[in-house]
Design a binder for this molecule. Structure first.
Ligand SMILES: [Zn+2]
Length: 425
């Protein structure tokens, strides 16, 4: 009798579509506030209603999760992700699991491949439990086979296969860029990626919806600081989003000690083998760079990066304050633990002077705004998709509290971090 009751309870938590997050504090994100002590009702994958704790009775078919003292915020969106390949230390299944366990419920894949389309669709139909993914169709970097016709064919292929956007990686001449952007416009598919010719403003003009990495932003400022205000206005007017991906460059800029690297968020959840591989790679790159630069390693490498980061931070803060749409991702690479490195990137945004609210917004609602899905997800409001992150401490008070994950709600179903990271999964 007892056993079957216990079984029933487990089944209910696993499969129930009806949840109450009881007595939870809400960090809604669409406004900069905390709503203390609410019951969040979730039904059919959507936030049904939000009521002061205990003010409404719970119907019998709702599973109640005691969330007193905890904080709920929208699930995180990693907007510059690279899925693992066969050489990666962490393989796909583990990669998706770690992301979900860290509270990431949306991933923009910057190195899209055809298999990811089927994966995306099986996640959408809830056959597979993993963050929602947005898949890029990577555009060739060489002009050699490009003509107006071949470009049109490629864009139509991306559209017909239902890729979410076209990623510009680099290369191609102005004529082909124009064919590409015209074709994207005509076929109503967006283009995003690396800055064309390293120029932020040229890429904005070409209609890129987002521009990746910090260098083009810094480059624009260094080249043309007098026009910063004007350029900010253009970015805002065109709704161009920026995703600086700092964490990757801090690691490769040797900005961290090895002690700091092994203590990065989530390192305790990756296998010893993966951690060792990263350390070996890191030490190899470090040694090679030192050998190449000899006595100039510090002055011509470490200090150059440091100076770039501090210059970038100033312009980054200003642009964020002025309302440019900022996204967030640590990018991939060694010591960026899938999902968990989001908080490492947040710490770098903090270092640049952004407020905790600006940082949380960049990693949730801004992504939904960018994808034109902010009427569906990205904030904790009735009617929004129940893709949520349950924390044990207030992330508005301290950004590092984003690492204190209790569980993730995905499509209205609750998964404790413990259960996601247990060996059985
Ligand atoms: Zn990248």
């Amino acid at each position: 009798m007892r056993l079957s009751l216990l079984f029933l309870l487990i089944v209910q938590i696993g499969f129930s579509q009806h949840l109450v997050l009881q007595g939870v504090n809400i960090v809604p994100i669409h406004s900069n506030t905390v709503l203390a002590g609410y019951d969040v009702f979730i039904k059919g994958g959507v936030i049904e209603k939000i009521k002061p704790a205990g003010s409404q009775p719970y119907a019998k078919n709702y599973t109640v999760i005691d969330c007193k003292g905890k904080y709920i915020m929208p699930g995180l969106a990693d907007m510059h992700a690279h899925f693992p390949d066969e050489k990666s230390s962490i393989q796909l299944q583990e990669y998706l699991k770690l992301n979900l366990a860290a509270g990431v419920t949306s991933i923009r894949s910057m190195r899209g491949e055809a298999y990811q389309l089927a994966l995306r669709d099986s996640i959408l139909s809830q056959k597979k439990i993993a963050p929602n993914i947005y898949v890029s169709c990577v555009f060739p970097t060489s002009d050699s086979l490009l003509t107006k016709d071949s470009i049109e064919k490629m864009v139509m292929h991306a559209k017909n296969k239902k890729y979410n956007f076209i990623k510009y990686l680099g290369g191609i001449n102005e004529t082909n860029l124009n064919y590409l952007t015209e074709s994207c416009k005509k076929n109503n598919i967006s283009i995003a990626g690396h800055a064309y010719n390293r120029s932020l403003m040229r890429s904005v003009e070409a209609g890129f919806t987002s521009i990746e990495h910090y260098q083009p932003i810094l480059g624009m400022y260094m080249k043309d600081s007098v026009n910063l205000k004007k350029n900010i206005e253009i970015l805002k007017q065109k709704n161009t989003a920026l995703c600086p991906t700092l964490s990757f460059y801090y690691v490769y800029g040797f900005g961290f000690s090895t002690d700091q690297l092994v203590a990065r968020c989530g390192m305790n959840f990756v296998s010893k083998k993966a951690g060792d591989e990263w350390m070996k790679d890191y030490e190899e790159v470090l040694l090679k760079t030192k050998e190449q630069l000899k006595g100039d390693f510090d002055s011509k490498y470490v200090q150059v990066y440091k100076k770039q980061f501090s210059d970038f931070n100033r312009v980054f803060k200003k642009m964020t304050d002025e309302g440019v749409l900022m996204l967030l991702s640590p990018d991939d690479g060694m010591f960026n633990v899938p999902g968990f490195a989001m908080v490492e990137e947040m710490k770098l945004y903090k270092l640049a002077g952004l407020s905790n609210y600006q940082i949380l917004k960049a990693s949730t609602l801004n992504a939904a705004i960018y994808l034109k899905e902010d009427n569906v997800w990205g904030s904790v409001e009735a009617g929004k998709k129940a893709n949520l992150l349950l924390l044990n401490a207030n992330p508005l008070e301290n950004i590092e509290n984003v690492s204190k994950v209790e569980g993730t709600v995905l499509n209205g179903k609750y998964y404790s971090q413990k259960s996601l990271l247990s060996k059985a999964n």
